[in-house]
Design a protein around this ligand. Structure first.
Ligand code: RIB
Length: 323
C-alpha cells in the first residue's frame, strides 16, 4: 500500500488566472477608461495561500480544479515552481477560473471572478483524498457545501482548520463552529455579523458575535491598522508595519499563508498556557500572537509588489524585514 502523503499545510481551494490592468481610477458604471498593459498573473485565493505558505518553508499540497485550457497548466506549473504538490489538482472540461482585476493608482483593487472549474470542486473530491496535514486552509472560492464538508473532514483527521471567509458572504454557524481560526477582513466581518467594522472597538464587538456563534479564534485583518486576535481568553491588537503600497492584491493571502506556516514550523511546546490541538500541534496564546505578528510582516511585504503570487514574500525576505 502506498504511504499516506503528509504535509505541513493542505489547501483546498481556488486557482485563478488573474487578468490585471492598472488604471488611474476604477471606472464608474457606463464609463470606459484606458489602463496600462494587460498582465496575466497566477492567482486565486487558494493557490496564493499555498504559495505564501510554501515560500515560508512549509511543505504544502494544493487540492483544486483547473480547466483543460492554456490557463490550467500555467497555474499548475506556477505552483510546482514553488514546490507545492499539485498531484491532486484535477483538470476538467470547464474553463479555468479567472479573475478580472483593476488596480488603481493607490494600489487598491476591484475584482470580478469567473469561478469556472473552481465551481466543480466537490465533496467527492475531498472524500477521495488520502492525505494528512497539520493545517488545512480553506477559503470561499469553491462551493460552500464543499468547504463545509472539508472543514469537518479536516477536523476529523486532526488538522488545525483555518477559514478565510473570502470573498465575503454569509455563513452557517455549522461552518463557523467547525474551524479553529476564522480570518476575515473588515468587509467580510461586517457581512458575517451585520456590524459595521470601522475601528478596533467595532472589530472586537463583531468578532465576539462570531465567538458566540461557535468560533474558537477570530483574527480580523485590518489593513494599515494591523490585525486583531480575539478568543474567549484574549483580545490583542497587533500593529501593522508601515510600507509603501503598490498593490494590495493577495495581501490577505500572504497573511494567512504566513500565519499557517508559523503555526506549523515555529510551534513552541515549552509554553504552558496551551490550546491543545489533536496530533499534538499546540498553539499557545503567545504563539498565536507571534504568528499574527509574523503574518502581518508577510502581508505588509506583499503590498509592496505588483500582482498576486509574484508579490508573496520568501522566508528570507520576511526575516530581513522584521529584523
Ligand atoms: O486574494 C487575491 C485573489 O483574489 C486574486 O489572486 C484573485 O484570483 C482572487 O481570487
Amino acid at each position: 500500500m502506498p504511504d499516506i502523503l503528509k504535509y505541513d499545510v493542505l489547501v483546498i481551494g481556488s486557482l485563478n488566472a488573474d487578468l490585471v490592468v492598472r488604471a488611474p481610477h476604477f471606472p464608474k458604471p457606463g464609463e470606459t477608461i484606458s489602463g496600462d498593459d494587460l498582465h496575466i498573473i497566477p492567482g486565486g485565493k487558494g493557490a496564493n495561500q499555498a504559495v505564501a505558505a510554501a515560500r515560508q518553508g512549509a511543505n504544502v499540497a494544493m487540492i483544486g480544479r483547473v480547466g483543460k485550457d492554456s490557463f490550467g497548466p500555467f497555474l499548475v506549473e506556477s505552483l510546482k515552481s514553488d514546490h507545492v504538490n499539485t498531484s491532486q489538482v484535477l483538470a476538467d472540461e470547464s474553463a479555468t477560473g479567472t479573475a478580472i482585476i483593476v488596480v488603481d493608482s493607490s494600489g487598491q483593487n476591484s475584482i470580478v471572478l469567473s469561478a469556472g472549474a473552481n465551481g466543480n470542486v466537490s465533496v467527492q473530491d475531498i472524500n477521495e483524498l488520502d492525505v494528512e496535514a497539520k493545517v488545512l486552509l480553506l477559503q470561499l472560492e469553491i462551493p460552500l457545501e464543499t468547504v463545509i464538508h472539508a472543514a469537518k473532514w479536516g477536523k476529523q483527521k486532526g488538522m488545525i482548520v483555518i477559514l478565510n471567509p473570502a470573498p465575503a458572504r454569509e455563513l452557517p454557524d455549522e461552518l463557523i463552529a467547525s474551524v479553529d481560526y476564522i480570518v476575515p477582513n473588515e468587509t467580510e466581518l461586517n457581512l458575517l455579523t451585520g456590524i459595521p467594522v470601522t475601528d478596533i472597538f467595532s472589530a472586537e464587538q463583531a468578532a465576539r458575535i462570531l465567538l458566540a456563534r461557535g468560533a474558537k479564534n477570530v483574527i480580523v485583518t485590518l489593513g494599515s491598522r494591523g490585525a486583531l486576535l480575539v478568543s474567549d481568553e484574549q483580545a490583542v491588537q497587533v500593529d501593522a508595519y508601515k510600507v509603501d503600497v503598490v498593490d494590495t492584491t493577495a495581501a490577505g493571502d500572504a497573511f494567512i499563508g504566513g500565519f499557517a506556516s508559523y503555526l506549523t514550523l515555529e510551534s513552541d511546546s515549552s509554553l504552558s498556557d496551551v490550546q491543545q490541538h489533536p496530533q499534538g500541534t499546540r498553539a499557545s496564546a503567545l504563539q498565536m500572537i507571534n504568528a499574527v505578528k509574523y503574518a502581518n510582516a508577510c502581508g505588509a511585504l506583499a503590498v509592496t509588489k505588483f500582482g498576486a503570487q509574484p508579490s508573496l514574500p520568501t522566508k528570507e525576505e520576511v526575516e530581513k524585514f522584521i529584523s
